[in-house]
Design a protein. Sequence first.
Length: 287
Amino acid sequence: MSDQAARLRALARQLPPEANLFPSRVLAITSGKGGVGKTNVVAGLAMSLAQTGQRVTVLDADFGLANLDILLGLTPTHTLEHVLRGEKLLEEIVLEGPLGIRVIPASSGIQELTRLDTAAELRLVQGLQRVAEGQDWLLIDTAAGIHDSVIKLLLAAQEVILVTTPEPTSLVDAYAMVKVVHLRDPQKPLWVMVNNAQTQAEAEETLEQLQAAVQRFLGRELQVLGMVPADPSLLQSVREQRGVVERFPRSPSALAFRALADQLKKKVPLQKDGFASFWKQLRSGEP
């Protein structure tokens, strides 16, 4: 077994150095609790970025409740599970999504990215290197909550977007997420956005409450991304398994997603080694 591991790692080192160096942005989108519309946010941001000519790949890393493909009406024949078992190459499972985004579908119940054996790790890293070539953004849809596997993904990503709602339980869990990440990496860029707000005033009050707690107890300030309003069009698009940005492009939520995407383009810098940096951080488990 040790001989096999050594052989696989030696094979990985044979990749040309330039294979790791694709300038891109790697963002992880997360939430303290489930049910806040995180995957809708991932889809909305991805499609909005694509509308501006950006090349976007989305990795569904919610292995407990993988549902990004369902949300977008996609039907994967194969998933990451087949890649990790060595049955498919990663590029063979990539789905072409709406507006040109690419989706790497997960499968509920498979092993977390942080607990792969050497062979599976090599298949995934080499596949992602190939798939990430030429992409401007890699968006990672994480599971909700403060599980260790989620935190490692957040620490590995270039920046993190935390999705919350005005509900008190969502705010409490959002603060818990900020605290865990901050204690592991005080310098990690953290964005916060409010989803499903009834009014702008409600969104601002939610942000103020969270910022006040973070400033008082952690001595830092979150970067505010903005808000997405409660919108019947978004609910209808979910029922139709269509992205709201494509299905209802002039709806309040679609317009909000475009504004958030524009802000990210302006304020999130390109990483010269893009995905390579993400994978290195993920495997080390350290900030």
